[in-house]
Design a protein. Structure first.
Lengths: 325, 346
């Protein structure tokens, strides 16, 4: 088994999907000859040709809008949007069109497309290059949304997304693209959409995180362990459809919950998780669920991002709060 | 300023005489074209009346635009996809959607958005111009799959101001998507006249900027529209890529049943447009060639009225659907939380 970075695992997943199914095509800005600005589509142009590793004009709405048509007509387009923040320019096509193709036609037409985009801060980028947008998908019935935190899950979730009969957004944590390597099986495999991953078992607090925040969650759990608090860390992996049962089962065991996200806290996915816990597990709780996340301001200029992004220390403080309640 | 000359293709004058040679349509096809246009008009008027009586919901009439729509569809093969708008019932009817299904849409029945199996019509996307990139994508997919088909996307003059219009035509040009973009320039986007949509003299000239062929046709002339779309589709099927056609027509009715056009449109403008009615001139042509008679006309009107009446009754009798039925179509697999919500458990 090879040890791959996340970007290498993504590249391998795309290549294997294209080998296995000639309907699969990758498309986006600079994904062809250049192999993608982060190299996710490296060598695909040479291996599969310009019709299947497609350099598109520079228009996110057009990329997603034509991908809808391609998907409806039997292709399996895998769109790359260069940064998640650029999906704002494709918002209408994603939310008002891709998400509704099946529903408005009662299944006569479907939209099996994948949209991949790197997201999140921590790499000192320009404005709109560090957005974290899972809450928009959570509020859009018809879209699915997954976000891997490891190279292994990145490959398996992308392959699952390509096989999925509905539109799936794969949000790839930009800062984890090359941060570490993982054992990644050579063969094609899928990580099921809708299933959370237990990262670390614990008995005192459930810490729920996803995507870019999973390493922060693990670091916070390490800090807590030094203080004798055993934290159970759950990586949601899928935001829509969320693995609610995994969250509830863990909270019923630990009686305390901290939810960690990179996006602004208000109206975020963490709020939905907190509401879920309150509705389904209130009698198990020893303390109110606490959310940790970005502040409710647009993502700051890069010189201030370290102060903005959640840190293990901030998460540890939240763990302390729910333990001392 | 660079000006681009776009001569307007005209075949049939308002008085029913021909400008140039007859397109390749035989007598029976001409009669069929006329019958379909009249049936669409009868449906249109009946739907308007039913809405006024409170028996169906919001409806967007297409009266005046039958030549542009039916003429275009007559150039299509049955397996070539039509991308309609909410004002495309004449085209949908011509391409095989039954009248009864057309009633389900203003009846707000979920099946109103579902063309029957075997009918190559896409669902109505509502957002203006949002379906145009889909048409480009589907046509592009058809080319990638090695088919020799040409698709037709309908939209109005207002849609040409949208970003989706630009992106759809630009992508179609780059990827040689076999699609005919047929703009029904009916003069109005609700209350806003065509001159306020663009400073360009014609909509067709926008094709130049995308590297596509563009053409203006008399949109009330079914034969001119047929001929222009036929040529564009043939080019598309042969790998020649997309075409933009501006069919200059006129919306005789309101934008929708929720609109009162007397607030922004003078009676003189309307009566001038009514003199150019696309149905009238086709009848004059047929009569001039002894292909149509007054008894034919009476029989057609009665037949169409009966068909529309029966269709409405069948549409009304269509079994209602429930929210639970719809819940099954949000995703291929219904998420467990949706079921919990609907059972009052979440």
């Amino acid at each position: 088994m090879a040890r791959l970075t996340m970007i290498q695992a993504i590249n391998q997943a795309l290549a294997q999907a294209m080998e296995a199914d000639e309907r699969v095509m990758v498309m986006g800005e600079d994904v062809g000859r250049n192999g993608g600005v982060f190299r996710a589509t490296d060598t695909l142009f040479d291996r599969f040709g310009p019709d299947r590793a497609v350099d598109t004009p520079l228009a996110e709405g057009g990329i997603v809008g034509t991908a809808v048509g391609l998907a409806v007509y039997g292709m399996r387009p895998v769109v790359e949007i260069q940064f998640m923040g650029f999906t704002y320019q494709a918002f209408s096509q994603l939310v008002a069109q891709a998400a509704r193709v099946r529903y408005r036609s009662l299944g006569r037409y479907t939209c099996p497309m994948v949209l991949r985009a790197p997201y999140g801060g921590g790499v000192k980028a320009l404005e709109l290059h560090s957005e974290t947008l899972e809450a928009r998908a959570l509020h859009t019935p018809g879209l699915k949304f997954v976000t891997p935190s490891t190279p292994h899950d990145a490959k398996g979730l992308i392959l699952a997304a390509i096989e999925d009969p509905d539109p799936v957004i794969v949000a790839e944590p930009l800062r984890l693209y090359r941060s570490h390597r993982d054992e990644v099986p050579e063969e094609r495999y899928t990580v099921p959409i809708g299933k959370a991953r237990l990262v670390r078992e614990g008995t005192d607090v459930t810490l729920i995180a996803w995507g870019s925040q999973v390493p922060t969650a693990v670091a916070a759990a390490d800090l807590a362990a030094e203080a004798g608090i055993r934290v159970e860390v759950i990586d949601l992996r899928t935001i829509v459809p969320m693995d609610q049962d995994a969250i509830i089962a863990s909270v019923e065991k630990t009686h305390r919950a901290v939810i960690l996200q990179e996006a602004p806290v208000m109206g975020g996915v963490g709020s939905e998780v907190a509401a879920l816990i309150s509705e389904r597990a209130i009698l198990s709780l020893e303390a109110p669920p606490v959310r940790v996340g970005g502040y409710d301001m647009p993502f700051p200029p890069a010189s201030l991002e370290e102060e903005y992004l959640p840190t293990p220390e901030r998460v540890k403080a939240a763990i302390d709060r729910v333990c001392r309640f | 300023m660079i000006t681009v000359e776009f001569p307007r293709r005209e075949v049939l004058r308002p008085d029913g005489t021909l400008v140039g040679p007859m397109p390749n349509l035989g007598p029976e096809q001409l009669r069929d074209l006329y019958r379909t246009m009249v049936t669409a008009r009868v449906f249109d008027q009946r739907a308007l009346n039913l809405q006024r009586q409170g028996r169906i919901g919001t409806f967007a009439p297409a009266a005046g635009q039958e030549a542009a729509q039916v003429g275009a569809v007559f150039a299509m093969h049955r397996d070539e996809w039509l991308f309609p708008t909410y004002r495309s019932h004449p085209a949908m009817l011509a391409h095989g959607v039954p009248l009864e299904r057309l009633f389900l849409y203003p009846l707000a029945h979920p099946q109103g958005g579902v063309p029957p199996e075997g009918v190559a019509v896409y669902s109505i996307a509502i957002s203006i111009a949002a379906h145009l990139p889909h048409a480009t994508g589907a046509a592009w997919a058809s080319r990638l799959r090695g088919e020799r088909k040409g698709f037709v996307a309908l939209f109005g003059d207002g849609a040409t101001s949208e970003g989706d219009f630009h992106e759809a035509l630009n992508f179609a040009g780059v990827f040689k998507a076999p699609v005919v973009f047929l703009c029904e320039n009916n003069g109005w986007a609700i209350s806003v006249p065509r001159e306020h949509q663009t400073a360009a003299e014609t909509i067709a000239q926008k094709a130049v900027a995308y590297g596509l062929p563009g053409e203006v046709v008399d949109g009330n002339d079914a034969l001119a529209v047929y001929q222009a779309v036929d040529e564009a589709l043939e080019r598309a099927r042969e790998g020649g890529g997309p075409t933009l056609i501006e069919a200059q027509t006129y919306r005789l009715g309101p934008h929708t049943t929720a609109d009162d056009p007397t607030r922004y449109r003078s009676p003189e403008l309307l009566s001038e447009a009514e003199r150019k009615d696309p149905i009238l001139r086709l009848r004059l042509l047929l009569e001039g060639r002894d292909l149509w008679s007054e008894p034919d006309e009476q029989a057609l009107r009665e037949e169409a009225a009966q068909a529309v009446k029966d269709a409405y009754e069948r549409a009304q009798a269509t079994p209602a659907m429930t929210l639970e039925d719809l819940a099954a179509h949000v995703y291929a697999e219904e998420p467990p939380y949706l079921r919990r919500e609907m059972e009052g458990l979440a």
